[in-house]
Design a protein around this ligand. Structure first.
Ligand code: ZN
Length: 496
């Protein structure tokens, strides 16, 4: 069944969107939330489990102090109030990836509440209110085998990996965000981008969206313009890239407008996002909180962070992205407009880290916003998803400044780095990309060019110096761009 869609611009002539985001972040702690099992990604299925995270009778959980500390630091970075006393709850539901029959989470007593995060889109600041930041445990992972789509429908059988069950998971929930209008999709993306940068700066998670460290549920609703009530929302689950966050909101706005035009109301439901088509499809109809029969977890003591500890954590927060941007734009001498451009390209941290690794701010910006931005765009991925690190870009820039390679050879070296052939210096070595010195090979290429173009050589000898360009070009072509143009020019001049 394909959905009817209304043109995006037309949606905005009749409806006002309200968005909201629920973001799950897997913390990078060494052990799980309530047991000592390892959290290392990519281990053989079901090798990182124990009676506690498998929910065996008689096993007792103990809360992970490092996870509580990370959650408080996230709350502080988002300007939240930190609870002086709170408890975990049981969220009861049966699903095979939740071996205990309930998820240990926080319900009416979250660790952090009432924060905010300001995001900038096209020079305008949007304040996103944070309702809560709470701590819970991740579920196991189902693998549905035999179907075409990887979903349970049409599968022959399902396998479950409990390695992920019990990994500490922080859920960050925004309040509904009204008033973004046509910018709603971009505000959603900007929020997740900024949140991801904060989590990176805090060092609490690897936040790799492709590995599921950061997963977004995107809520979208539409109400007729001027309506006093907000519309019914849908919740698009597990949107796994920054670009998809924007696409998911855009698609839901266009789909819901068509549904409202036709039927007058939208069904409250969860939906799945499809990366390949950029569309969503219905999941299950949404449960109410009362369906889960929440009650306080009797096996865990309450969490009561003392004031002194919280004050110490607040005092030792790292420089956060917004402050970092303000500082570096002054240090690099760039305008707010240029900074906004870097932010939109998701390049601030990348450029900043490249500078920290030894490149000049101008070179770092040139590579990330030029060649690398072009390649990311061609591949349809974010800059940060390219298989090259800021340290490697700094190394590439260093090789160019040292005269080992020129810009053209640097682009070829970059091909090798992106293809996983190693660091730039190694690629230059293995692909033989270094600029040619005044070698015998270059001398004979220079002499061959003079010999092959006697008329041009005669013009140069006769005083038409600019004609030398044609000879330089011939040498560069013969050496496949590996010679240094200035050296070639000097060698030609010496011989004419
Ligand atoms: Zn365990």
């Amino acid at each position: 069944m394909s959905d009817t869609l209304v043109d995006f611009d037309e949606v905005l002539t009749r409806y006002e969107p309200v968005i909201g985001l629920e973001t799950h972040v897997e913390l990078g702690t060494a052990s799980k939330m309530f047991c000592g099992c390892s959290t290392t990604f990519g281990a053989e299925p079901n090798t990182q489990t124990c009676p506690v995270c498998l929910g065996l009778p008689g096993s007792l959980p103990v809360a992970n102090a490092a996870a509580i500390e990370s959650t408080i630091r996230i709350g502080l970075a988002l300007g939240c109030r930190i609870a002086t006393w709170c408890r975990f709850s049981r969220k009861n539901y049966f699903y095979p990836d939740i071996p205990k029959g309930f998820q240990t989470t926080q319900y009416d007593e979250p660790l952090c509440t009432a924060g905010h995060l300001d995001v900038e889109v096209d020079g305008e600041i949007y304040r996103v209110e944070i309702e809560r930041v709470h701590l819970e445990e991740d579920t196991g992972k189902n693998l549905h085998v035999g179907g075409a789509t990887g979903r349970i429908h049409g599968a022959d059988h399902s396998l479950i990996d409990y390695n992920r069950a019990g990994i500490p998971l922080v859920e960050i929930v925004t309040r509904p965000i009204p008033g973004a209008g046509a910018k709603a999709p971009e505000v959603a993306k900007a929020y997740v981008t900024e949140l991801r940068s904060i989590l990176l700066a805090l060092g609490v998670s690897e936040v790799r969206m492709e590995q599921g460290n950061l997963r977004c549920d995107v809520n979208t609703s539409l109400a007729p313009i001027g309506s006093l009530e907000w519309g019914t929302r849908t919740e698009t689950k597990n949107v796994n890239s920054l670009r998809s966050v924007e696409r998911a909101v855009r698609f839901e706005m266009r789909r819901q407008a068509a549904v409202l035009d036709r039927e007058g109301h939208v069904l409250q439901e969860t939906r799945h996002f499809h990366e390949d088509t950029g569309t969503t499809s219905p999941g299950r109809s949404k449960e109410e909180a009362t369906d889960y029969r929440y009650f306080p977890e009797p096996d865990l003591v309450p969490v009561a962070p003392d004031e002194e500890w919280v004050a110490k954590l607040a005092a030792t927060l790292p420089e956060l992205p917004a402050a970092r941007r303000a500082r570096v734009s002054e240090e690099w001498g760039i305008s707010p407009t240029e900074m906004a451009w870097l932010v939109n390209a998701g390049a601030v941290e990348l450029v900043s880290d490249t500078v920290a690794a030894g490149a000049s701010p101008a070179d770092a910006r040139k590579w990330w916003l030029g060649e690398l931005a072009r390649r990311a765009n061609d591949a349809g991925v974010e800059l940060s998803e390219l298989a090259v690190t800021p340290a490697q870009v700094a190394e590439l820039v260093g090789l160019v400044s040292a005269g080992t390679i020129n810009d053209q050879l640097a682009r070829q070296a970059l091909d090798g780095v992106l293809a996983g052939e190693g660091d730039p210096a190694a690629v230059v070595e293995s692909r033989g990309l270094a600029v040619m010195g005044e070698s015998d090979e270059l001398v004979s290429a220079v002499e061959a060019a003079i010999e092959a173009n006697p008329d041009v050589a005669e013009k140069v000898r006769g005083g038409k110096v600019q004609a030398i360009g044609a000879l330089v070009g011939a040498v560069m072509k013969a050496t496949r761009g590996k010679a240094d143009a200035a050296t070639v020019k000097r060698m030609l001049e010496e011989r004419l």
